[in-house]
Design a protein. Structure first.
Length: 168
């Protein structure tokens, strides 16, 4: 398997390219609208999927893709127009048909954390439109990335659920 940014042995999460906030994404509160956090997280996942061999060509040539089955976003600090953003992605776990990822959106130059997203993605046979096992070559790449990302300290927030704070 060729070494890529996603599988390099330097034990760090995948880093997306630096992204810019688009003006039409700013809401009446003067910050990034919540829907566009998901757009940016999705763009980062698409970059990682390309590294794994699961991009648009994978769908057109092999008839496979992925669908998001579950997503939990935490909005921690406002991001504004002009703020450069980079997404860090951990591939936490995988089995024959699913990928569990955790993403952090950070200000690209100052490093502070703006939001996190935890996701479960399903591998799809697009002809049958059903969940299907990964092909062996893709499964091998996923295993390599999962192993590399497993050597990276886990970020705070994995496994959180939505709930009211405990009463003291």
């Amino acid at each position: 398997m060729p070494e890529t940014a996603a599988t390099a042995p330097n034990a760090e999460p995948f880093r997306s390219s630096i992204m810019q906030i688009e003006p039409q994404w700013i809401d009446y509160n003067g910050h990034l609208n919540m829907a566009y956090y998901n757009v940016m997280f999705d763009r980062a996942i698409d970059q990682l999927w390309l590294e794994l061999g699961m991009g648009p060509t994978y769908m057109t040539e092999r008839g496979n893709s992925s669908f998001t089955a579950e997503c939990h976003v935490r909005y921690l600090r406002e991001i504004h127009l002009g703020d450069p953003v980079r997404i860090f992605v951990w591939l936490l776990e995988a089995d024959d048909k699913r990928l569990h990822t955790f993403e952090e959106m950070r200000h690209a130059s100052e490093g502070w954390l703006s939001a996190t997203s935890e996701n479960m993605s399903l591998h799809m046979d697009m002809t049958a439109r059903r969940v299907a096992p990964f092909p062996p070559d893709i499964r091998e790449r996923i295993a390599g990335v999962t192993k590399t990302h497993g050597a990276v300290p886990r970020p705070e927030g994995i496994g959180r659920s939505v709930a009211m704070p405990a009463k003291k």
